[in-house]
Write a protein that binds this ligand. Structure first.
Ligand code: NAD
Length: 269
């Protein structure tokens, strides 16, 4: 049994994770952490998640539950996640990180822990999205040098704070890598006013924020006469949460290192 602690347990992903751990026969709900100062400390995390009493009450620090868990699952915010990672390094814990919106500096900091903590870090934990990344690699290799324009379009709910989504960036990276392009040089994140015609090698990004959309991503390969679109649509956060629990069970057996969902799902990079 993998003993899982969920940090940010009162958040959208946190509450979904409680239900996902409950449904997994090989994982157990060991702890739930809410923000320091939150009045939700002391509340049963099953009740927080609408799943009924589970006998585990929320605490507001990792120190308060350090002996209770093996793997921390973190879907919070970059600064919080990096603090939690330092805690895991200090206390011999493992971590699954779903937090997005990390800067290059944040990712360099995270990477610095690869020799001291077993880490799964993925901007999207869904099995379907990770399979889609493989399909994109194949499509880019077949089409990218044949004059197909590549655009990434993503849609999310109105509360999302980072853009483009971590998944859209990952899709752009996979496509760019397959074509020997660097996303930093070829990614176009804004088109406004007299921006001129499209250049051949650019990879464009468009962002939609509306209502309660859980997460939709399309990568378009378009040329004169045809257009191919590879689309993934998440209809529930449960897909991310189930992937995160699978990652937690997987990392429980692994040595120090930074891994992605391609490793967890054995899809190969
Ligand atoms: P949310 O705002 O609903 O939840 C975040 C929670 O973290 C909040 O409840 C907040 O109180 C809590 N929190 C903040 N600081 C804390 C601290 N110091 N200690 C404990 N808890 C703290 O956001 P969300 O929609 O659940 O998304 C969270 C993150 O997960 C975002 O970065 C989002 O992009 C990402 N996300 C990733 C995936 C994936 O598959 N990797 C899927 C969905 C969302």
């Amino acid at each position: 049994m993998t003993r899982i602690a969920i940090v940010g347990v009162a958040g959208r992903m946190g509450r979904t994770l409680v239900n996902a751990v409950e449904q997994d026969a090989k994982a157990t709900l060991a702890a739930g952490i809410v923000e320091p100062g939150s009045s939700l400390a002391g509340v049963d995390i099953g009740e927080l998640a609408g799943a009924g009493k589970k006998g585990v009450t929320a605490v507001n620090s990792l120190a308060a539950c350090v002996d209770d868990f093996d793997v921390l699952v973190d879907f919070t915010a970059p600064a919080v996640t990096l603090e939690n990672l330092a805690f895991c390094a200090e206390h011999g814990k493992r971590i699954v990180i779903g937090t997005t919106g990390m800067s290059d500096d944040d990712i360099a900091t995270l990477d610095g822990y690869r020799d001291s903590v077993p880490i799964v870090f993925a901007p999207n934990m869904s099995v379907g999205v990770n399979l889609t990344l493989k399909l994109l690699e194949t499509a880019a290799q077949a089409l990218g040098d044949e004059g197909y324009d590549i655009e990434v379009i993503e849609s999310h709910h109105r509360h999302k704070v980072d853009a483009p989504s971590g998944t859209a960036l990952k899709m752009g990276e996979v496509v760019a890598d397959a074509l020997g392009r660097n996303l930093k040089d070829h990614g176009v994140f804004e088109r406004v006013g007299q921006c001129g015609p499209r250049t051949r090698d650019e990879i464009g990004f468009a962002t939609v924020r509306a209502g309660d959309i859980v997460g939709e991503h399309t990568v378009m390969f378009a040329t004169e006469g045809e257009r191919i679109e590879i689309t993934h649509k998440a209809s529930s956060r449960m897909t991310f949460a189930k992937g995160a629990v699978r990652a937690a069970r997987w990392i429980a057996e692994k040595d120090n290192g930074r891994y992605g969902m391609q490793d967890v799902l054995a899809l190969g990079e």
